[in-house]
Write a protein that binds this ligand. Structure first.
Ligand code: ATP
Ligand code: NI
Length: 370
C-alpha cells in the first residue's frame, strides 16, 4: 500500500531573480513501511519535494500544480486540497520531519526534557491523562476521572491553587514517558539529560533529542532531511543505526534525504535519484547499485570513493533553476547526450518491474514542458 502518492507535482519560488523551477513534474509513491532514500547533489530539489509532500513549502514557494495524497487506514487525504488547520493536525502527529541542524530545532532557553514533554503533551495528552489516572489518588483521581467538559474539571483548571491536582499527575506521567524515550534513543543517564539545556549537549546528543521529539507522537511517516550532515563520521554511523532501529521498532515509513550514496546504500529499500527538480530514476537499492541506468545515477555512483579506483566527479554543477536547460536538464553534463535530449524532456517511464528511468537511452517518451 502507498502511504503517500505525489502526482505531477510542480513547485515554484517567486524571487527577485525570477521564478525558481524547484520541482518540475514529480511523480512519487511512498510504500508503507519502506525506507525511501532520496539522493542528488545540492540544489536538486530533495528538500523542497519533501516539503511539498507535507504541503508545507515555505514562502515565496508554492505548489503550482499536482496532487499529494496521504493514506491512513483506508482513508485518503488530499493534502494539496486540505485547509491548513486540518493539515497541521496531520503534521507532527502523522507526518514528522527531522532537520539537518538539531540546534536550530531546539529552543536554547528550555531544558531538553521539557521540550520533548511538550511535543508529547501536544499530540498525546489523552494518553498521558489516562496513564495519570491509573496511578493518581485522592482528589487528583476524582478530577482526572471526569470528562474534560465537566464543570468541576473546568473550575479546577482555572484555579491556580487547585490546578496542580489536575496537571501534576499528567506531568509526572509525561516526564516518565520522556525518560523512556530518551533511553530508547540510546541517551546515557536520561534522568540527568532531561534537565540539561541544548548547549550542554553534543551535536549527536542534540540530534537524538530532536529524533525523540519527532517520534514522540508515533508518526506514520518520518522525513529525515540529511540528519547527519553536521555530525562527525562515528556519530553519523550511530545516528544511522538508531534511525534504522527505531524504524523497525515503530514500523515507521521513512523518507531519508542525503547527497551521500554511501548513506543511501546503508539505509534505503528503494532509491529516488533527483536532478534539478526532477526524479531521473527510481528503483530498489540493490538493483540501482548493481545496474544504474540513468547517466546521472552512474555518475553519482562513480563519484563514491572506493579503494583501488579513482574518484570520477561529474563535470559541471546543478544548473540555476530560474533558467534550467531545455529538454533533459542533465544533458549539458551528460556524456551520452543525443540531439533529442536538448529539445525534448524525457518522461519517467517504467522500463522494467520496479525500475523507472527518465532518459531517452531507454525509451522515447517525452513530456510537454510548461
Ligand atoms: N526559500 C527559497 N527561495 C528561493 N529558492 C529556493 C528556496 N528554497 C529552495 N529554493 C531553490 O529550490 C531548489 C531546490 O532546493 P532544495 O533545497 O530542495 O535542494 P536540495 O536537493 O534539498 O539541496 P541540499 O542538498 O543542498 O539540501 C534550489 O534551486 C533552491 O535554490
Ligand atoms: Ni535539502
Amino acid at each position: 500500500m502507498n502511504v503517500i502518492e505525489a502526482r505531477d507535482l510542480y513547485v515554484r519560488f517567486y524571487t527577485y531573480e525570477g521564478v525558481v523551477k524547484a520541482v518540475d513534474g514529480v511523480d512519487l509513491d511512498v510504500v508503507s513501511g519502506e525506507t525511501l532514500g532520496i539522493v542528488g547533489e545540492t540544489g536538486s530539489g530533495k528538500s523542497v519535494t519533501t516539503y511539498a509532500l507535507m504541503n508545507m513549502v515555505p514562502p515565496p514557494g508554492k505548489i503550482t500544480r499536482g496532487r499529494v495524497i496521504y493514506r491512513k487506514k483506508g482513508v485518503e487525504y488530499v493534502l494539496t486540497e486540505m485547509p491548513e488547520n486540518e493539515i497541521r493536525k496531520l503534521r507532527g502527529s502523522e507526518l514528522a520531519r527531522i532537520f539537518q541542524d538539531p540546534a536550530a530545532a531546539l529552543n536554547p532557553v528550555y531544558k531538553v526534557g521539557e521540550q520533548v514533554a511538550e511535543a508529547i503533551l501536544i499530540h498525546r495528552l489523552d494518553e498521558m491523562k489516562k496513564r495519570a489516572l491509573e496511578s493518581a489518588k485522592g482528589f487528583s483521581r476524582n478530577i482526572l476521572s471526569r470528562s474534560e467538559d465537566d464543570w468541576l474539571v473546568k473550575f479546577v483548571k482555572r484555579m491556580p491553587l487547585l490546578r496542580r491536582f489536575y496537571w501534576d499527575p499528567i506531568k509526572e506521567e509525561t516526564r516518565k514517558e520522556v525518560v523512556r524515550l530518551l533511553s530508547l534513543m540510546g541517551i546515557p543517564d536520561p534522568e540527568r539529560v532531561y534537565s540539561m539545556y541544548p548547549h550542554e549537549l553534543s551535536g549527536g546528543m542534540q540530534q537524538r533529542i530532536v529524533i525523540a521529539m519527532a517520534l514522540s507522537c508515533n508518526p506514520q511517516v518520518l522525513i529525515a532531511d540529511e540528519p547527519t550532515t553536521n555530525l562527525d563520521v562515528t556519530v553519523e554511523a550511530q545516528i544511522l543505526e538508531l534511525i534504522k532501529d527505531l524504524k523497525e521498532k515503530f514500523g515507521t515509513t521513512l523518507i531519508y534525504i542525503t547527497h551521500d550514496m554511501g548513506v543511501i546504500a546503508e539505509v534505503s529499500d528503494r532509491v529516488a535519484v533527483m536532478y534539478a527538480g526532477n526524479i531521473v530514476e527510481i528503483g530498489d537499492v540493490y538493483s540501482i547499485f548493481k545496474e544504474p541506468m540513468h547517466p546521472y545515477t552512474k555518475g553519482l555512483l562513480e563519484s563514491i570513493p572506493m579503494p583501488g579506483r579513482p574518484i570520477k566527479d561529474i563535470p559541471g554543477s546543478v544548473p540555476n533553476l530560474v533558467n534550467p536547460p531545455q529538454g533533459c536538464r542533465f544533458h549539458p553534463r551528460c556524456e551520452r547526450a543525443m540531439s533529442i535530449c536538448s529539445t525534448r524532456k524525457p518522461k519517467l517511464v517504467q522500463v522494467r518491474p520496479g525500475r523507472w528511468v527518465a532518459c531517452f537511452l531507454y525509451h522515447s517518451e517525452g513530456v510537454e514542458e510548461e
